[in-house]
Design a binder for this molecule. Structure first.
Ligand code: C2E
Ligand code: MG
Ligand code: MG
Length: 622
């Protein structure tokens, strides 16, 4: 059944019943009998009437032919697979066929009078409709693909062709064909062209595409990429020993394990055989790639279960970095491959970075990390103390606790080397807690020995500062040591508190509520934001060593130190200069009435027993 638009309905001639030819002739003859006409007139009238009748009969035949054709067209419209809609030139639906209703999931009543774009109203489709109407305006037709949503939410792809009927007031005919199946087989074909059929991982082709895109993005964003080339070490044994089907299973399980060790945005691809390649995006340091490689090796080292048997596997991994080692995709893949061969020749079951220097750096850091992990348990840390001296009297008023690592076979490692690493790995939280415990206990011992007003300063790291349990941890440590909270000073840095100012204000407030004092370490090196300084409950500013170093020789450093001292005074804060090494610096600080100093001039950081001797002897600064 076709819904005809009102305009067409009006034009339709209502069906009319004609008499048979003979009846008509008879009724005309009867009518003529009743007319007062001569023979000639009658003959002419009869002829004219016969002519009209013939024309009428002709028209009748044409009309029935026309009706038969319309009926046929209706049937065609109903039986073709395309959904057809006729709209006015603006796209308002006037009629649709049944397949159109089937495709859209809407019935005629819902469709009629609606705009054709009711099928899809998302932004992209709206833009498409604008383009369609532009083409119709210019060319009178349009054809293309669009995805639509059926009323039940099912998404389907369709091919739409639209044409304008110029002879019919510019009405538009929209023909929709469901091409979802074609699309899905196209997608299937595309999937197979870009994926490895055994593991479902991207294949070399897709990997190369992604690598090109990643290189372009990383260059723009000035980021690093890492490529990890992995080759299984003893895969041949599985294939030869257990057969190819078992080998396939092993490759599938390997693929799963690899995928599980990288982030969603990274790519794991199978290049063929037992070779895999991984692309890690947006990474900061080569060390991260090494961490991932190690994680993968550890995971592959876990037993595989094949045909009821346990099987052990290892792999060799080559790592290359963009842009450090190269900027072209091909060169990077070949670098990673070469590095993988180096890992193989170095005994398998390990990873190697392409650049020897980078390799050495990463290996050093990784072994440092492993050693650091064991250091706490092995009690390899020590605390040294550096005196803080009050400038007016030259008296020792406090000690700063500075951690040291006695690494077996390496001597004393300075915090500058391992604190940043411990910060990255999170180990700083445990180390910092240990230092705090030691320092509080040591300070309590000195108090008990008679140095009652000696303060102890402990550095806090950014990670520690973010710990939810920082305040309870400090409370607990103070309680366990028996040290008075007022004797403890915590040193924080500007960057630490500025990363989340509101949280920092709360935490610092809770610490001062405990009675602990706060000092801003390395002041001047960071933001030096006075507005926030006013809101942080600080007791002391510690002038960064870099300004103190040249204070007696460089006027700009002198004026910075001068400014910090004056500012501290006006904010009611104490000020201390760190890194004082010579008497010129000391003189400058004394002249400016700086409160305290700390530095090699008076004492280097020393073990607690040496500090105890110093305190006992009453050493002073002159
Ligand atoms: P910091 O807190 O600014 O500590 C002062 C650093 O300056 C110490 O280095 C100290 O030995 C050094 N120093 C003191 N006087 C002088 C001097 O006159 N000249 C020179 N050139 N240096 C001087 P150290 O012990 O190597 O510590 C470096 C940094 O490591 C510390 O800087 C601190 O940020 C961090 N750190 C040390 N111990 C710990 C700790 O237990 N926890 C945390 N989170 N960080 C710590
Ligand atoms: Mg400090
Ligand atoms: Mg400092």
């Amino acid at each position: 059944m076709v819904i005809l638009p009102p305009a067409i309905e009006r034009k339709t001639v209502p069906p009319k019943q004609f008499d048979s030819k003979e009846n008509r002739r008879r009724s005309i003859a009867a009518a003529l009998q009743n007319l007062d006409l001569n023979q000639d007139q009658k003959a002419r009238l009869e002829e004219a009437l016969a002519q009209d009748l013939a024309e009428l009969e002709q028209l009748g035949r044409q009309l029935s032919l026309c009706r038969r054709r319309t009926g046929l067209l209706e049937q065609v419209l109903e039986n073709i697979s395309e959904g057809i809609a006729v709209t006015d030139p603006q796209g308002c639906i006037e009629m649709v066929n049944t397949p159109f209703c089937g495709l859209t999931g809407l019935d005629r009543e819902q469709l009629q009078g609606q705009y054709i774009n009711l099928l899809n109203r998302h932004k992209e489709a709206e833009e498409n409709f604008v383009l369609i109407f532009e083409s119709l305006e210019n060319d009178g037709c349009w054809g293309g693909e669009m995805s639509h949503q059926r009323s039940d939410g099912h998404q389907f792809h369709q091919w739409i062709s639209v044409s304008r009927m110029d002879r019919d007031n510019g009405r538009l005919v929209w023909a929709l064909r469901d091409i979802s199946q074609i699309k899905s087989s196209e997608e299937q074909a595309a999937y197979l062209a870009y994926h490895d059929s055994l593991t479902g991982l991207p294949n070399r082709r897709l990997f190369n595409d992604r690598l090109e895109v990643a290189i372009a993005t990383a260059s723009r964003k000035k980021q690093r990429l890492a490529l990890l080339f992995l080759d299984l070490d003893n895969f041949k044994n599985v294939n030869d020993g257990l057969g190819h089907a078992a080998g396939d299973e092993l490759l599938q399980e390997t693929a799963r394990r690899l995928r599980g060790k990288v982030r969603d945005e990274d790519t794991v691809a199978r290049l063929g055989g037992d070779e895999f390649i991984m692309l890690l995006v947006g990474i900061q340091e080569p060390e991260y790639a090494a961490v991932v490689a190690q994680r993968i090796l550890d995971d592959l080292a876990k037993p595989f279960r094949l045909r009821g048997r346990q099987f052990y596997l290892s792999a060799s991994v080559g790592i290359t970095m963009f842009p450090d080692d190269g900027s072209k995709a091909e060169a990077l893949v070949s670098n990673a491959d070469m590095a993988m061969y180096r890992a193989k020749s170095a005994g398998r079951n390990n990873y190697k970075l392409f650049t020897p220097a980078l390799n050495e750096k990463v290996q050093r850091r990784m072994s440092l990390e492993t050693a650091l992990r064991q250091a706490i348990g092995n009690q390899e840390f020590l605390v040294h103390y550096q005196p803080k001296v009050e400038l007016a009297q030259g008296r020792v008023v406090g000690m700063e606790a500075l951690v040291r690592w006695e690494r077996p076979g390496h001597g004393l490692v300075s915090p500058g080397e391992f604190i940043p690493l411990a910060e990255d790995t999170g180990q700083i939280v445990a180390i910092g807690r240990w230092v705090l415990e030691q320092a509080c206990r040591q300070a309590k011992t000195w108090h008990d020995q008679g140095h009652h007003d000696l303060a102890i300063s402990v550095n806090l790291s950014p990670r520690q500062f973010q710990q939810k349990d920082l305040v309870p941890m400090v409370t607990e440590t103070l309680g366990a040591s028996g040290l008075d909270a007022a004797s403890l000073e915590l040193e924080v840095t500007e960057s630490m508190v500025m990363s989340s100012v509101d949280d920092a204000i709360v935490t610092l407030g809770q610490l001062t509520d405990l009675g602990v004092r706060l000092s801003m370490d390395d002041f001047g090196k960071g933001y030096s934001n006075l507005y926030y300084l006013k809101h942080f409950p600080m007791d002391t500013l510690k002038i960064d060593r870099s300004f103190v170093r040249d204070v007696a020789t460089r006027p700009d450093d002198a004026s910075i130190v001068d400014t910090i001292i004056n500012m501290s005074r006006s904010l009611g804060l104490k000020v201390i200069a760190e890194g004082v090494e010579d008497t010129d610096q000391l003189r400058f600080l004394r002249e400016r009435a700086c409160d305290q100093m700390q530095g090699f001039l008076f004492s280097r950081p020393l073990p607690s027993d040496q500090i105890s001797q110093m305190l006992a002897s009453g050493t002073r600064l002159h």
